[in-house]
Ligand binder design. Structure first.
Ligand code: 13P
Ligand code: SF4
Length: 331
């Protein structure tokens, strides 16, 4: 990939440590969310990329794997999923009789959209016998066509367990797939999909952040392009980023993933400074889909018990098997 000169990249956004003497104060909308949550006996699950005001009222904040495990284990009758559509679908597949709410129902995912079910079905028909491993960032219908699901947190572990005599098709993220191939030594056919937000990081933009913070480890998500992953001190899922920054003795980290991650890091890794990995366009990187949920939409969906995620029965049945296989294989 051709890189611009490092000095042309925007100034990265820097997040100083939170003041430990200033306890978090909830605003009126957040307090209303907590009241409605109790009234509705709901659980709020939020992805690490959600806004800080949503993360602050959630029962659980985590990565896709942690959120799937929470969704599988919850006994709450109402699950409010603050994330994107495929994540709420996964919660519904694991809890078909429960009410699963998504504050903004049009919150999609470019990566998920890059693998339409009809195209995958046609590819499978043209290449029979492939073992299909899918990153969880895909639609429920695509999941019905797959043998096993994985997240960025368990992809290496899952792919390593696929029978050695099977040829693998990995969908939809070519970047995660490439990274897994390097980690496992297992050759796979890769679907040509990618996350629009993570591919915005470039060698030049990360070099410019490194030049400003030379002692800061670079922490990158595997959805980044290979040249950016090669610059990182660690490549991992968003959950593993929390443990890495907590255990590493550095006081400043360059976080090469969606900027909402820094909300979680600031709360759970006190005393450290986080620099948002810049792209060639901006000093931070918000996913436009993740940021469609707002605290007001969260309040309204608890008040109205809508919008709910609905899926046909056969989709729930056929998508559940590969998700369950993932949960079994990642224990
Ligand atoms: P994680 O499972 O690592 O949180 O990633 C989810 C995602 O959508 C990354 O773009
Ligand atoms: Fe999808 Fe990328 Fe947004 Fe994650 S960051 S939800 S992969 S578009």
């Amino acid at each position: 990939m051709k890189s611009e000169p490092a000095q042309s990249s925007p100034e990265p956004l820097v997040f100083p440590p939170l003041d430990p003497a200033a306890p978090p104060v909830l605003n009126a909308v957040q307090r209303e969310v907590l009241r409605l949550k109790r009234e509705r006996k709901a659980v709020i699950l939020a992805h690490n990329y959600q806004t800080d005001d949503i993360q602050a009222v959630a029962d659980f904040v985590g990565d896709s794997l942690g959120l799937s495990r929470q969704a599988a284990a919850t006994d709450a009758e109402v699950i409010v999923f603050c994330g994107v559509h495929f994540m709420a679908e996964t919660a519904k597949i694991l809890n078909p009789t429960k009410l699963v709410l998504l504050p903004e129902p049009t919150a999609g995912c470019s990566l998920s959209d890059s693998c339409p079910p009809a195209e995958l079905a046609a590819y499978k028909a043209a290449h029979p016998g492939l073992y299909v491993a899918a990153y969880i960032n895909c639609s429920a219908e695509v999941k019905t066509l797959c043998d096993v699901i994985c997240t960025s947190g368990n992809a290496v572990k899952i792919v390593s367990q696929i029978p050695a005599d099977r040829e693998i098709l990995f969908v939809p993220d070519q970047n995660l797939g490439q990274w897994v191939m390097r980690q496992t030594g297992r050759k796979m056919r890769l679907w040509p999909g990618s996350c629009y937000a993570h591919v915005l990081y470039s060698v030049a933009s990360i070099e410019s952040a490194k030049a400003k913070f030379p002692a800061a480890p670079v922490v990158a998500h595997p959805e980044c392009i290979e040249a950016v992953r090669d610059m990182a001190d660690i490549v991992c899922s968003t959950e593993k980023m929390v443990a890495y920054c907590r255990e590493n003795e550095a006081d400043t980290f360059i976080i090469v993933t969606e900027t909402g991650m820094i909300n979680r890091l600031r709360r759970e890794v006190p005393g450290k400074r986080f620099v948002a990995g810049p792209t060639d366009l901006c000093g931070c990187n918000d996913c436009r889909f993740m940021k469609m949920n707002t605290i007001e939409k969260l309040r309204d969906c608890l008040a109205n018990l809508a919008p709910a995620v609905e899926l046909p029965e056969h989709v729930i049945r056929d998508a559940r098997a590969p998700i369950q296989r993932m949960l079994d294989w990642s224990d």
